[in-house]
Design a binder for this molecule. Structure first.
Ligand SMILES: Nc1nc2c(c(=O)[nH]1)N[C@@H](CN(C=O)c1ccc(C(=O)N[C@@H](CCC(=O)O)C(=O)O)cc1)CN2
Ligand SMILES: NCC(=O)N[C@@H]1O[C@H](COP(=O)([O-])[O-])[C@@H](O)[C@H]1O
Length: 283
């Protein structure tokens, strides 16, 4: 077994062999009824870099008449990164199962194989990879992780959901404008190294701020410095405990994140010339 395959086997937290890769048929699809979706069509990434599940926008002809309708595209393959309880992962998984997100969770990545998110993935039969390696768990190298996500699992988009380690530059570069994170504060405030989980809520309360809330942003090489996609505000009382504020913010996360991932999978995000993303809703 090659080092890489061995690494893949080694970095599969629960069992070797994973191969849900995707021989997804690209049935001929209908031309998008662009009039139905007010999509500000910014420059799309070059065809070769467009997510595979959006490649197959070809016309299908029924009889003599060309049929026009919403594009029937294959569901996007998602990689979800977790470190803790996994409630955001669960919200995304449930939204995929309900058809709210046109995607499927193809693989989960964690630095903590015993965490609640990884255990939930195992119960659903979703492969779990370990990144990075730690004293207690052998994981992938950055290059092995990129190869596993791209080649083994055919991942189109990466979704960080309570993941607490730095995503390496190799992975950031491999998924341009295709990797999201959710932060439990209103970036750019209350973000960056050392600010995660309850620490964010403690800092907000200590500051006396009266508003907080989740931020969904694209991921770049720094902690919480990528372009912001969406935010929701939550009232803060000076009498709040960090746990009370965390619960209110988390409830909004579970609504906001699936909406953002759905927009990403449906191509309903365009980009301002200066690199600010804009999320559009279907008409
Ligand atoms: N390249 C990127 N990687 C990650 C990002 C990102 O924006 N770019 N976001 C984080 C998630 N996050 C906030 O949303 C975050 C997570 C963790 C930390 C942090 O300070 N971590 C500690 C280690 C914590 C631990 O091991 O328990 C640290 O690095 O010292 C800050 C922000 C995910 N990755
Ligand atoms: N900076 C990263 C960070 O603090 N992420 C936060 O960790 C929690 C994970 O909960 P979950 O594991 O139940 O989804 C969520 O509140 C998420 O915003």
């Amino acid at each position: 077994m090659s080092r890489c395959a061995a690494a893949w086997a080694g970095c599969v937290a629960h069992r070797p062999g994973v191969c849900a890769s995707t021989a997804r048929a690209h049935a001929g699809v209908r031309i998008a009824a662009s009039r139905r979706i007010r999509l500000h069509c910014a420059k799309q990434p070059p065809y070769s870099r467009r997510p595979r599940h959006l490649h197959s926008l070809t016309a299908s002809v029924v009889g003599a008449q060309q049929v026009r309708g919403a594009p029937a595209v294959a569901p996007a393959n998602l990689a979800v990164f977790v470190s803790g309880g996994g409630s955001n992962f669960r919200a995304i998984q449930e939204a995929c199962a309900a058809g709210v997100i046109k995607g499927r969770v193809a693989v989960v990545v964690t630095n903590a194989p015993q965490c609640g998110g990884a255990q939930y993935a195992e119960r659903l039969g979703i492969p779990v990879l370990v990144y990075p390696s730690s004293k207690s768990a052998k994981g992938c190298t950055p290059d092995e992780l990129v190869a596993a996500l791209r080649e083994e699992h055919g991942v189109d988009y990466v979704v960080l959901a309570g993941y607490l380690k730095l995503i390496p530059p190799q992975l950031v570069r491999a998924f341009p404008r295709a990797m999201l994170n959710i932060h439990p504060g209103l970036l750019p405030a209350f973000g960056g190294s050392g600010l995660y989980g309850l620490r964010v809520h403690s800092a907000v309360i200590t500051s006396g701020a009266r508003l907080s809330g989740p931020t969904v942003h694209f991921v770049d090489e720094g902690y919480d410095t990528g372009p912001i996609l969406a935010q929701v505000s939550v009232a803060v009382s000076p009498l709040d405990s960090p746990q009370q504020l965390a619960a209110r913010v988390l409830a909004e996360e579970h609504k906001l994140y699936p909406r953002c991932v759905a927009a990403l999978c449906e191509g309903r995000i365009s980009w301002r010339e200066d690199g600010i993303p804009i999320m559009w809703t279907a008409a």
